[in-house]
Design a protein around this ligand. Structure first.
Ligand SMILES: Cc1cc2nc3c(=O)[nH]c(=O)nc-3n(C[C@H](O)[C@H](O)[C@H](O)COP(=O)(O)OP(=O)(O)OC[C@H]3O[C@@H](n4cnc5c(N)ncnc54)[C@H](O)[C@@H]3O)c2cc1C
Length: 395
C-alpha cells in the first residue's frame, strides 16, 4: 500500500500515469482457493477501483489475479472503509471495533476469505458470566440469555476485523494508494478518465465505484448519473445512523457481580465488552447506539459524549466513574467518507432504487454493501464486489 502526498501525486499525474500501473498482485498462498476466483475471461483491462473498503479490495484482488491491471484509489489515509479496528487509547493488546465486528455462520464468502488468508476466528460473545437487561432503571438478567441462545455461532476475526482488508491490501501491494480522493469520472467512448482532487488524471478501460451513497455525490460524473442514482444521492435511499463510544476501565469491576460486561438497555443500545477474551487487568466497554440516540450523542463534543455515556454506565454497571480511565468515540455520520453507517432503505426505496444502484453505466461499475442483497454486513460488500469484478472481467 502506498500513501501519496499531494505533491507526489501531482507529479505522478497525467505524464506519469503509466507509472501508477504497478498492477500485478502476488498470487495467493493460503489453505484453499478464494471463494471468488474468476475463470477465464476476455482481454486484460486497465481497471481503476475507487475505494479501499472490503468491496473494492475483494474486486481488485480477484481482478488482479485474473490478469487485469488494477489500481485502487482510497480517499482516506487508511484502507478498510467501514472496517475500523481501534487500538488506542486502550491497554496495549486491547482492541475494539468502530465498525464491522460480528460474523454470522451463513457468511460464506467472508468465512471463505478468512480461510483463504489463514485468519483465525474466535467466538464473538463470551461463554460465561451473566448478560444484563437494563430497562426502566432496573437491572435484571437478560431473559433466555438472548445473546448466547440466539447468536451462539457468531464469530470475530482474531486480532481485529481490519485483518481482512489488510490481507487483501497486502497482496495488492503498491496497487493500493491511500490519501487519493477521486473527484471526477468522465466517460468518452471506450475510455474513462479519472480525475483526482489533487488534479492528477488517469485513463482506464473500466472504473469500479464503491463509495457509499451519502458520499457518492462528491464525485462528478460526466455524463451525469442516471435519474435513480441521482435521486438516491439526493436522499431517496435511507441510511442508518450508528455511533460507538468506548470507555477504558482500570479493572473489570462488573465481574464482582458475576456480570460479563454485556447488556441490552432501553436507552436503546447494545453494551459490549470487546476485551472479554483479552488479558486484563483493564477492560473496555463500548456502547453501540443507532438512530436518534446516535444523533443525540453526535451533537456533543468528544469529551461531553464520553462523559454522557459514563454517567449512563454508572446506572447500568454501578461504579463506572470510579474505574474510568479514558474514552473515545466514532460517529459514522461525522466520518467524512461515510456520512452514515449502512444502507437501510424502505421496501419501496429498495424496489425502486436497489437494483439501479448496482447497475453499471457504460464502463463505470458500482458496488458496495448498499448495492448488495445483504446490506449492513461485510458479506454484502464481498458479494457486490465479486459481482462487479465478474461484470468487468466478462466485459
Ligand atoms: C457501526 C457499524 C457496525 C457494523 N457491524 C458489522 C458487523 O458486525 N459485521 C459485518 O459484517 N458488517 C458490519 N458492518 C457493515 C460493514 O462494515 C460494511 O458493510 C462494509 O465494511 C462496507 O464495505 P464497502 O466496501 O461497501 O464500503 P466502505 O467500507 O465504506 O468502503 C468504501 C470506500 O470508498 C472510499 N471512498 C469514498 N469516496 C471516495 C472517493 N471519492 N475517492 C476515493 N475513495 C472514496 C471510502 O473512504 C471507503 O474506504 C457495520 C458497519 C457499521 C458502520
Amino acid at each position: 500500500m502506498r500513501t501519496i502526498g499531494r505533491r507526489q501525486f501531482l507529479e505522478s499525474g497525467t505524464a506519469g500515469a503509466a507509472g501508477l500501473w504497478l498492477g500485478a498482485c502476488s498470487d495467493v498462498v493460503g489453505p484453499g482457493d478464494s471463494p471468488g476466483r474468476l475463470g477465464a475471461g476476455g482481454r486484460p483491462k486497465r481497471v481503476v477501483v475507487v475505494g479501499a473498503g472490503v468491496s473494492g479490495l475483494v474486486a481488485a484482488y480477484e481482478l488482479g489475479r485474473a490478469g487485469h491491471d488494477v489500481t485502487v484509489f482510497e480517499a482516506r489515509s487508511r484502507i478498510g472503509g467501514r472496517v475500523l479496528t481501534l487500538r488506542h487509547p486502550f491497554q496495549p493488546g486491547h482492541l475494539a471495533e468502530a465498525g464491522a465486528a460480528r460474523i454470522r455462520p451463513e457468511h460464506e464468502l467472508l468465512l471463505g476469505y478468512a480461510d483463504h488468508f489463514g485468519l483465525q476466528l474466535d467466538s464473538f460473545y463470551p461463554r460465561s458470566g451473566e448478560f444484563l437487561l437494563f430497562e426502566g432503571g432496573h437491572r435484571s438478567p437478560l431473559p433466555g440469555d438472548t445473546f448466547r441462545q440466539q447468536r451462539p455461532d457468531y464469530v470475530k476475526i482474531r486480532g481485529g476485523s481490519e485483518l481482512l482488508p489488510r490481507a487483501f491490501a497486502d497482496r495488492l501491494g503498491r496497487s493500493v494508494l491511500v490519501g487519493a480522493p477521486v473527484a471526477e469520472i468522465a466517460v468518452s467512448g471506450a475510455t474513462v478518465t479519472v480525475r483526482f482532487s489533487a488534479g492528477a488524471v488517469l485513463e482506464a478501460d473500466r472504473v469500479l465505484v464503491t463509495a457509499p451513497v451519502p458520499v457518492l455525490g462528491r464525485i462528478r460524473f460526466l455524463p451525469g448519473l442516471s435519474e435513480g442514482k441521482t435521486a438516491a444521492i439526493q436522499g431517496a435511499f435511507h441510511y442508518q445512523k450508528a455511533t460507538r463510544v468506548f470507555l477504558r476501565f482500570g479493572g473489570r469491576y462488573w465481574e464482582a457481580e458475576g456480570l460479563n460486561g454485556w447488556a441490552i438497555t432501553d436507552w436503546p443500545e447494545e453494551l459490549w465488552h470487546p476485551t472479554w477474551d483479552s488479558d486484563g487487568p483493564e477492560g473496555v466497554l463500548l456502547t453501540y447506539v443507532r438512530g436518534e440516540r446516535a444523533t443525540e450523542l453526535d451533537a456533543l463534543d468528544e469529551p461531553s459524549r464520553v462523559a454522557r455515556v459514563l454517567e449512563h454506565l454508572d446506572d447500568v454497571f454501578p461504579g463506572a466513574s470510579a474505574h474510568f480511565i479514558s474514552g473515545t468515540s466514532h460517529s459514522w455520520q461525522h466520518d467524512e467518507w461515510s456520512r452514515a453507517a449502512w444502507a437501510e432503505p424502505t421496501g419501496t426505496q429498495d424496489l425502486e432504487l436497489g437494483g439501479e444502484l448496482a447497475r453499471a453505466e457504460g464502463p463505470v461499475h458500482f458496488c458496495g454493501e448498499h448495492a448488495s442483497g445483504y446490506r449492513g454486513w461485510m458479506e454484502g460488500a464481498l458479494e457486490s464486489g465479486l459481482r462487479a469484478a465478474r461484470e468487468i472481467h466478462d466485459a
